[in-house]
Design a protein around this ligand. Structure first.
Ligand SMILES: Cc1ncc(COP(=O)(O)O)c(C=O)c1O
Length: 384
């Protein structure tokens, strides 16, 4: 059994994640921030530890500006729908996931102006294209840090520099690189960082959030929902401070216990060490796939310029057939199709059929990569 679907969600999780979640359910269990008894306090402490761990990983100065939610999709919706108004102009790239593109297309219907800067066929973005798209009413650039289709790393730090010079906010979708590639909100000048807990942060599904930088006008940020926060309970109006204003309702505290343990595990391993291993795996995978007649590998074909996500196709076979047979005949689990990113597939020329995607993680091995390359070679031999 080989699990190569880590770009969708990571598996396995470090044992400490399972232990932290079991411990929370067995020993803590109370609602964080909602009472003064010992278990509620312990629960609140665990949620705060998760904020601290995430803030440390992404070098965010204030853990109280880490807003938790169920996933990066909600975080992106909060940043986009919560901040943009009719008449504002926002710039994005053609390598976005639908969790950026769909909210933006909906906002466009509501009067927000949108420019999608085209990326190269290998999935890279020229920062000059972003700069050229800036208008007097531009207020935000929303950018995928690393493509979930090709792994291509977008020039976030360069765009961050442009955003500071032109007084724009930079929103980054860090779903893919978070935990597997260095992301530093201060060095990269990221104002809004959306992350998801269940990929390389090694946490469970149902966790994610938005880091809100100090250049963001919090008074302008409209929460997606309003309700009980455990704070300012005398008021019928929503609190106006972070993170409470954007965290109504009982949080996924058991999930956040797991997320804290997952991020702690990443910090203990070190992002640099995780990245080095994944670069080695990616180099072997790209080289192996490229040596097979009839196989096309997409992206920059340079492991240093991408995450450990590799898209390819086998001439004469639909991606869906390749994926099914890799699972049925070789026990290799991957993802095929459009990966919720039709714009990215249009950019690299693989729309509408998509690609076969191998999403590797720190838990994969070179032996697994070699076995997968051999399996793809056997399938390719049938037609090439
Ligand atoms: C680049 C990117 N953005 C957003 C998402 C959405 O993640 P989630 O489903 O955790 O909200 C994903 C996950 O597939 C992704 O790869």
């Amino acid at each position: 059994m080989i699990y190569f679907d880590n770009a969708a969600t990571s598996w396995p999780k470090p044992p400490a994640v399972l232990e932290a979640m079991a411990h929370f359910l067995n020993e803590t269990g109370a609602n964080p921030g909602r009472a003064a008894h010992r278990r509620a306090i312990a629960s609140g402490r665990i949620v705060y530890e998760a904020r601290e761990a995430v803030a440390t990983l992404f070098n965010a100065p204030d853990p109280l500006r880490v807003v938790f939610g169920p996933n990066v999709t909600e975080a992106l919706n909060l940043a986009l729908a919560g901040y943009l108004r009719a008449g504002d102009h926002v710039i994005t790239s053609s390598m976005e996931h639908n969790s950026v593109m769909r909210p933006l297309r909906a906002l466009e219907q509501a009067g927000v102006k949108l420019t999608v800067v085209p990326c190269s066929p290998a999935g890279f973005l020229d920062p000059a294209g972003v700069e050229a798209a800036i208008r007097p009413n531009t207020i935000m650039v929303a950018l995928n840090h690393a493509s979930n289709v090709t792994g291509s790393i977008l020039p976030v730090a360069e765009v961050g520099r442009i955003c500071r010079q032109r007084d724009l906010l930079l929103l980054v979708d860090a779903a893919q690189p978070g935990g597997a590639y260095p992301v530093d909100v201060q060095a990269d000048r990221i104002d809004l960082l959306a992350f998801t807990g269940h990929k390389a942060l090694c946490g469970p599904m149902g966790t994610g959030g938005l880091i809100v930088g100090d250049r963001v006008d919090v008074a302008r940020l409209r929460p997606l929902k309003r309700g009980g926060t455990g704070s300012n309970s005398e008021l019928e109006e929503q609190p106006d401070f972070l993170p409470d204003m954007c965290e109504s309702g009982t949080p996924n505290a058991v999930g956040l216990a797991g997320l804290a343990a997952g991020v702690q595990w990443v910090l203990e391993q070190g992002v640099a060490a995780i990245r080095a291993h994944e670069v080695e795996l990616t180099r072997r995978l790209i080289g192996g796939l490229q040596s097979i007649p009839g196989v096309t590998v997409y992206g920059g074909l340079d492991p240093e310029r991408q995450t450990a996500t590799v898209s390819f196709n086998v001439a004469g076979k639909a991606p869906s057939e390749v994926g099914l047979r890799l699972d049925d005949e070789y026990g290799i689990m991957c993802r095929v199709g459009l990966h919720c990113a039709p714009a990215a597939h249009k950019t690299i020329g693989t729309f509408p059929d998509g690609t076969v995607r191998f999403g590797l993680s720190t838990f994969n091995t070179l032996d697994e990569v070699d076995a997968a390359v051999q399996a793809v070679a056997k399938l390719a031999q049938e037609v090439n």
